[in-house]
Design a protein around this ligand. Structure first.
Ligand SMILES: Cc1cc2nc3c(=O)[nH]c(=O)nc-3n(C[C@H](O)[C@H](O)[C@H](O)COP(=O)(O)OP(=O)(O)OC[C@H]3O[C@@H](n4cnc5c(N)ncnc54)[C@H](O)[C@@H]3O)c2cc1C
Length: 362
């Protein structure tokens, strides 16, 4: 079986596949099996304490379990994890298309012209490669910088500039707050920002998500309890907005050639607009199969394709629960989708014969 993507989802899939006695080959476009973590902004730390940030079989480790690990610690952890699972991981290989194989299974095409036959495919290619950038009125004529937060790394290029950050999620608020001391920043949102406390009764939120089981709730139940996306906050962000240290305004209505127009009709010059407007699954290589909706979203239930037997997904937001797209939750989903895939391979009765050798490029 082929696993597309060598991030936390692909690695969790590989571990679960080995436990199910499948022979996974992980194809990872990047130079290392550490997913998109090296490309996240420099100041990023995990939302969850180290003790709640592990994949199955390897504790996060490295000191105080209640600390919030920095981005580069996550990269090191994934590096160690990849080494610990003893899977066949091939880096520098980008999957370009998956086609049905005459007689059953799949043909996986990679960017160096290789074709691999596989009984099953795990699509674990994340969403960071597919940032969602809305197009607003007047945007094509705007001469300033328009950037998705996926391509933001640090404040330096924005020092002294007039910047608008669009979005009401964690990345929007974190980046705007980081820029505020050095740039003239406004956070533009459609509605007031909702906050959820990082600590409740002296314990981190993730403790409560764990002990109450909320972490495992399916989306259908969770959305009845929590109506809005919320920003995790120790109180710093809420205070910054309340005190005016970080300005927030209702979303602007249009771009002008050198800035934006606000809902009250006033216009102002703006140097850069950073959109923190989310991501969509990065699954173009599945389009030839007909496995995707017109919108590019996969046709699946709980990560199991509803269009193609032997095709599963991992790392989708809310795939099975609130924690699906997190370090702490993806392992549970991996067990689930690999069980479905293993059953398909067993029923097809020809698992190992579908494997072909691929030149090793590490
Ligand atoms: C800014 C940010 C902060 C986050 N913070 C947290 C947090 O604190 N805690 C937490 O648990 N989660 C967090 N997440 C959510 C999630 O854990 C991460 O996004 C994580 O990187 C997802 O892992 P993944 O393996 O699903 O995808 P990715 O990490 O994106 O890995 C997918 C890999 O697949 C590769 N790939 C893509 N297409 C192909 C292809 N066609 N062929 C071969 N390889 C391909 C990519 O190169 C990439 O390396 C955060 C996400 C973001 C964006």
């Amino acid at each position: 079986m082929i696993i597309v993507g060598g991030g936390q989802s692909g690695l969790a899939a590989a571990r679960a596949a080995l436990s199910a006695r499948l022979r996974p080959i992980v194809l990872q476009a990047g130079a290392e099996p550490v997913g998109s973590w090296p490309d996240y902004y420099d100041s990023l730390t995990l939302f969850s304490p180290a003790r709640y940030s592990s994949l199955p079989g390897l504790a996060f480790g490295g000191g105080d379990p209640d600390r919030y690990p920095a981005r580069d610690e996550v990269v090191s952890y994934l590096r160690r994890y990849a080494a610990s699972i003893d899977a066949d991981i091939r880096t520098g290989v980008r999957v370009t298309a998956v086609h049905p194989r005459p007689g059953g299974g799949y043909l996986v095409h990679a960017d160096f012209g290789e074709e691999i036959a596989a009984a099953g495919v795990v699509a674990a290619s994340g969403s960071f490669g597919n940032p969602h950038l809305p197009v607003l009125f007047g945007q094509e004529a705007y001469a300033g910088e328009v950037r998705h937060v996926a391509h933001y790394r640090r404040p330096d290029p924005y020092v002294g500039k007039r910047v608008i950050v669009v979005g009401a999620g964690n990345s929007a608020v974190q980046v705007a707050h980081e820029l505020a001391p050095q740039a003239r920043v406004t956070l533009a949102t459609r509605a007031p920002i909702k906050f959820v406390p990082q600590r409740i009764r002296g314990r981190d939120l993730h403790h409560w998500l764990h002990v109450t089981g909320a972490d495992r709730l399916p989306r259908s139940v969770l959305t009845r309890l929590v109506r809005h996306a919320a920003v995790l906050d120790t109180g710093v962000y809420r205070d910054a907005i309340a005190s005016g240290q970080l300005a927030r305004r209702e979303m602007f209505t249009a771009f002008t050639p050198d800035g934006v127009t606000w809902p009250d009709g006033t216009s102002e010059q703006v140097d850069a607009v950073i959109f923190a407007t989310g991501y969509r699954p990065n699954l173009d290589y599945l389009a030839p199969l007909g496995a995707l909706e017109r919108s590019g979203m996969p046709r699946q239930v709980g990560g199991v394709s509803t269009t193609h037997a032997g095709l599963v997904y991992l790392g989708l937001e809310f795939q099975r629960s609130f924690s699906s797209n997190t370090l702490r939750g993806v392992g549970r989903d991996a067990t689930h989708v690999i069980a479905a895939l293993a059953e398909h391979v067993r029923n097809a009765g020809r698992g190992p014969r579908f494997m072909q050798r691929l030149p090793v490029r590490r």
